[in-house]
Ligand binder design. Structure first.
Ligand SMILES: *Cc1c(COP(=O)(O)O)cnc(C)c1O
Length: 400
C-alpha cells in the first residue's frame, strides 16, 4: 500500500456535488471579483474566528504583508519571529521594508521561545509575529503580555492553524491581526491560492481592505500605494462549502495524531510530536530523528552522511534522511518541513546569522520528518505508517 503525505481525492469525492454546484453558480453569475459570495465567506470566517472583521486576499503571504503595512510597520522597524517556519513568514516582514529578527524555538513545541523574545527586543522592535507552526497554538497570553509590556503589535501567522485555538479561543483573534492561508494543503484549502486577515479593529480592517485594492478607498481615488490582492469569488465559493467541515476535519487529525503518539512512543531514536494542547489543529505530525552517533540513533549505524546539509553549515541530517528514504521504499512518503531554517537561507545571508546562531532551530531542521496526516487518512493507511516506522526503528528492527 502506498501512503501519500497528503491527498484531496477522498474529500473531493465527499464534497464533489456541492463543490461543483458552488463553482458553477459563480461561473454562471459572471461576478468573479467582489460580491456577496466573498463577503458571505468573510463573514462566516470572521465568526468562526470569533472576531468582527475578516478581509479576503490573494494568499497567506499577502495576508501577512497587508497586516504589517496596515499597522504602519516598515523601513527601520524590527519584527521578532521564528526562523523555524515557512520562508513567507520572514519574507513578508522584508517585503514591507522591515527587518525580521529571529528568536530560537522551544525544543519540544518547536514554537517561538518567549524568553528569547524578551532578550531580542530593541528600541526598533515594533511587532511580534508568532507562528502557530504545524497547527500547534503559541501561548498567546504570554505573547500578548510581552507585547503590552513593551508597546508592541502582534501579528499571528495562522497559515497552518485554521481550526486551532489557544485557551478555548480561536487563533487569529488574540493579536492585532491574524493571517490565514488557504493554500490547498492547509487545514482549510482553496482550489488555488487564497488568504485572509482577521482583526477586531474596524479602522484597521478598513485600511487592510483599501491596501488590498490599490490603496483605493473609493473608486479611482488612491490614497496609498497598495496591492492587487483579492480573494476571488470562485475560491470563496469553494471555501464556503468546506468551512462547515473544518472542525470535524481537525477532530480527525487530532485522533490520528493521538494514535501516532501512542503507537510510536518509546521507540529508540525517534521522538514523536509532543502531545498538543487541546486546541492543536495538527496540520502536520512531526517526529524527530536525532542523529548518530547517539547511542540510540534510529539508523543504528546504517546511514550514510549526506553532503548537502553540510554546505549550509547545518548539523548532519543523516539519520533523518536515512529514515525518510527507508519509509519511501516501504511505500510511505514523508516530507521535511523544513530542511533549511530561514536565517540560513542564501536570501538572508546579509542578515549575518552564522552557523550555530539559532542552535535549536538548526538541529530541528536536521531532525524533523512529517508523517502522513490528513483527515481522510484511513485506519489501514495509519497501520502501514506505524508498522513501517516500527519495523525500521523499533524493537523489531534488525540493527546491523
Ligand atoms: C503557507 C504558509 C504561509 C504562506 O501562505 P501562502 O498562502 O502560501 O502564501 C505563511 N506562513 C506559514 C507558516 C505557512 O505555512
Amino acid at each position: 500500500m502506498h501512503v501519500p503525505p497528503f491527498s484531496l481525492s477522498e474529500q473531493l469525492q465527499q464534497l464533489g456535488d456541492a463543490l461543483d454546484q458552488a463553482v458553477l453558480e459563480v461561473l454562471r453569475s459572471g461576478q468573479y471579483i467582489g460580491g456577496s459570495t466573498i463577503s458571505g465567506f468573510e463573514a462566516a470566517f470572521a465568526e468562526a474566528c470569533g472576531v468582527p472583521h475578516a478581509i479576503g486576499c490573494n494568499s497567506g503571504t499577502d495576508a501577512l504583508v497587508l497586516a504589517l503595512r496596515a499597522l504602519g510597520i516598515g523601513a527601520g522597524d524590527e519584527v521578532i519571529t521564528s526562523s523555524f517556519s515557512f520562508f513567507a513568514t520572514a519574507e513578508a516582514i522584508s517585503a514591507v521594508g522591515a527587518t525580521p529578527v529571529f528568536v530560537d524555538v522551544d525544543p519540544d513545541t518547536y514554537l517561538i521561545d518567549p524568553e528569547g523574545i524578551e532578550a531580542a527586543i530593541t528600541p526598533a522592535t515594533r511587532a511580534l509575529m508568532p507562528v502557530h507552526l504545524f497547527g500547534r497554538p503559541v501561548d498567546m497570553e504570554r505573547i500578548n503580555a510581552i507585547a503590552s509590556a513593551h508597546g508592541l503589535r502582534v501579528i499571528e501567522d495562522c497559515a497552518q492553524a485554521s481550526g486551532a485555538s489557544w485557551a478555548g479561543r480561536p487563533v487569529g483573534g488574540w493579536g492585532d491581526a491574524g493571517c490565514f492561508s488557504f493554500f490547498p494543503t492547509k487545514n482549510l484549502g482553496a482550489a488555488g491560492d487564497g488568504g485572509m486577515v482577521v482583526c477586531a479593529d474596524a479602522g484597521l480592517a478598513q485600511r487592510i481592505r483599501e491596501l488590498a485594492v490599490h490603496g483605493m478607498p473609493r473608486r479611482y481615488l488612491h490614497t496609498d500605494l497598495g496591492y492587487n490582492s483579492r480573494l476571488d469569488a470562485m475560491q470563496a465559493a469553494v471555501l464556503m462549502v468546506k468551512l462547515p467541515h473544518l472542525a470535524g476535519w481537525v477532530e480527525r487529525r487530532r485522533a490520528i495524531a493521538e494514535r501516532y503518539q501512542r503507537e510510536l512512543a518509546g521507540l529508540p531514536g525517534l521522538v514523536p510530536a509532543a502531545p498538543g494542547p487541546e486546541g492543536h489543529s495538527w496540520n502536520q505530525f512531526v517526529v524527530r530523528v536525532p542523529r548518530c552517533p547517539a547511542a540510540t540513533s534510529a539508523c543504528g549505524g546504517r546511514c550514510t552522511p549526506a553532503a548537502d546539509s553540510a554546505s549550509y553549515g547545518l548539523p548532519e541530517a543523516c539519520c533523518r534522511d536515512w529514515l525518510k528514504q527507508q519509509l519511501q521504499e516501504a511505500g510511505v512518503t514523508t516530507i521535511i518541513y523544513y530542511p533549511i531554517p530561514i536565517h540560513r537561507q542564501p536570501a538572508y545571508a546579509s542578515l549575518g546569522y552564522g552557523p550555530g546562531s539559532l542552535p535549536i532551530t538548526e538541529r530541528l531542521c536536521a531532525e524533523v520528518l512529517s508523517l502522513p496526516i490528513f483527515p481522510e487518512l484511513s485506519a489501514a493507511q495509519q497501520d502501514s505508517v506505524i508498522a513501517a516506522v516500527r519495523s525500521l526503528v523499533g524493537a523489531e528492527a534488525v540493527v546491523a
